[in-house]
Design a protein around this ligand. Structure first.
Ligand code: DQA
Length: 153
């Protein structure tokens, strides 16, 4: 029997403030809404998912390290740590688990300091500017479903 795939979804600093923080950029839906959308998608796809958020770089590094041998794929929105963290890059390289980088907003159209992504050097794909759907597309990419684009509902 085929083994159930396990995906770890990691969210970095301030994403717990979704719905409150800059709604014009990140939308009005809350972090809880995001977790529910991811969990619903995982149920539909028959995969096991863990969704985790931390404001701490160290905690995120430890989560990545502990994913080794447990998870088949990682979806990560490192938020502000995208642009600063060599530690997250090194952790992803250390475990070498297939990873997709996701951003709710289209960072390519934002400030210069957001144009650097350290984790990008260790990921298979980057999805930006698709809001919550970006996470679902990332899961599908890791599952090898389509080209990672969710069907329109
Ligand atoms: C973000 C983009 C980052 O530049 C920012 O620091 C975030 C969220 C996004 O999802 O669009 O916190 O990762």
């Amino acid at each position: 029997m085929k083994k159930t795939k396990k995906i770890l979804v990691l969210n970095g600093p301030n994403l717990n403030m979704l719905g409150v923080r800059e709604p014009e950029l990140y939308g009005k839906q809350t972090y809880r809404d995001l977790v529910e959308a991811i969990e619903k998608h995982a149920r539909e796809r028959g995969v096991f998912v863990t969704v985790f958020q931390s404001n701490s770089e160290a905690v995120l590094v430890t989560k990545i390290q502990r994913a080794l041998g447990i998870y088949d794929g990682i979806v990560i929105n490192p938020a502000a740590y995208t642009h600063t963290s060599v530690a997250l890059l090194d952790a992803l390289k250390a475990v070498a688990i297939p990873t997709v980088e996701v951003h709710l907003s289209d960072v390519s159209r934002r400030e210069d300091f957001r144009q650097i992504s350290y984790v990008r050097l260790a990921v298979a794909k980057t999805i930006m500017g698709r809001g919550f759907d970006g996470y679902l597309d990332a899961m599908d990419f890791l599952l090898g479903i389509g080209d990672g684009e969710s069907e329109e509902s």
